[in-house]
Write a protein that binds this ligand. Sequence first.
Ligand SMILES: Cc1cc2nc3c(=O)[nH]c(=O)nc-3n(C[C@H](O)[C@H](O)[C@H](O)COP(=O)(O)OP(=O)(O)OC[C@H]3O[C@@H](n4cnc5c(N)ncnc54)[C@H](O)[C@@H]3O)c2cc1C
Length: 453
Amino acid sequence: MRTVTLPAQEVPVSREVDVLVVGGGPAGIAAAIAAARNGAKTLLVEQRGFLGGMGTVALVPAFCPYTDGEKPVIRGIGLELLERMKQSCDADYRRSYADRLDWVPIDAEVLKRVYDDAVLESGAEALYHTFVGQIVMDERGGKVEGAVVVNKTGRSFIACGNVIDATGDADIAALAGAPFQKGGEKGELQPGTMCYVLADVDRRQFDRYLKESGDSGQIPKAVQAAQAAGDLPEGRKEVSGFAWISESLVGVNFGHVFGVDGTKAEDLTRGAIEGRKGVQTQIAFLRKYVPGFEKAHLVSTGEQLGIRETRRIVGDYVLVQEDFLDMRGFEDDIARNAYFIDIHMATSKDQVTIRRLPQGKSHGVPYRSLLPVGIDNLWVAGRAASSDRVVQGSLRVMPNCFAMGQAAGTAAYMAGAAGQTSRQVPVDRLQTLLVRQGAWLGEDVHRRLGVEA
Ligand SMILES: Cc1cc2nc3c(=O)[nH]c(=O)nc-3n(C[C@H](O)[C@H](O)[C@H](O)COP(=O)(O)OP(=O)(O)OC[C@H]3O[C@@H](n4cnc5c(N)ncnc54)[C@H](O)[C@@H]3O)c2cc1C
């Protein structure tokens, strides 16, 4: 590839902070709130004009379960934000979902404001429309000294004590030279999906159709009939999910765009174009085959294709399939995960892989899985945390990302306050603080800390 050498450039230091959080999705939001509430001078940098990550950028229509089927597993900041979104929705929404913790539909416009308010109230500063594309390391290469940001103000340097990579793609860890993996052994990646919101839909008529036809909520009968008739392309034989925001407004997660690497702008461009085209085909199908959708009106597609999988860092501990299946706990657990393994197929000919834990069960997420090998002041929380590909298919969902983010933000505050590296943070004190601030870390950890679970 042809290259050019850019002239050396002096850039202003626009900010100096204790904790820099890059990426304003669930992991970054919780990390910034946790760090700031504990007293760290915190900056949250986000490339879009709003927070929320996949839930608002890509219109992922619902929060995955917060519970293990018996009790809430994800608590703390994540649960607080869920309840706050519900409280900010209208009375009909609250009547429908007030007591629900699993598969709660997302009203993206409400959620964006809830996130703005919660982050600002925590004392963190938010800087939107700003991309981090370069970082500066210390001479040893083991510590991030700050990030070079680009925005309409220009290029500048943000100096920081500690950094949380909540980009979902481990952008910062990759820039720092930390080891990572991407996809499967043959480079296969879960597909993307262009989610969208439809208005002028009749939920009651849809429910009546389900009852009368015996089709399930993911309408496999209708999808397969349309595939057989050539009205839908081959691929998953059902809709991934509908999330009813009101009786006439529904969020849709349907179909796949294959072969998109979310760390490549060219792929994201193709994915967005293909995704929007696919949505037109899907709406034509819904109008023709599914009662209640005859007058469906497209309100919005995601600002980008929803991305399920890109990089996973190699951390001090790599969570593996056996940890999930054996429901292992770790001395340094900072969260528990009860969501099922949910790996969407890499090609239209494959199947979705699903493996569930028994009701009431979960496995631990150790602190070490947030620590990229070789870097002392960087935490990677969210979709890109350290796990094998199978566990990533479970850990990646939004409630888990909140929990990992809260832990990373709290640890970054502690490290900064005590002048310690990420690995020197005393884990029992981190766990105590997390539990005091609402997190649930599993019966064993609570028993050891002497705090009721
Ligand atoms: C189609 C689809 C369906 C899904 N369904 C569900 C579901 O039903 N329920 C559920 O709970 N989860 C679901 N998920 C998973 C979930 O939405 C994501 O895995 C989760 O949002 C990841 O959170 P995160 O905070 O790690 O990253 P993200 O949500 O991806 O947020 C990362 C943020 O960082 C910003 N960013 C990235 N790089 C930079 C940079 N260099 N500089 C500045 N900003 C940057 C991005 O703009 C983004 O806002 C789904 C995902 C997809 C794609």
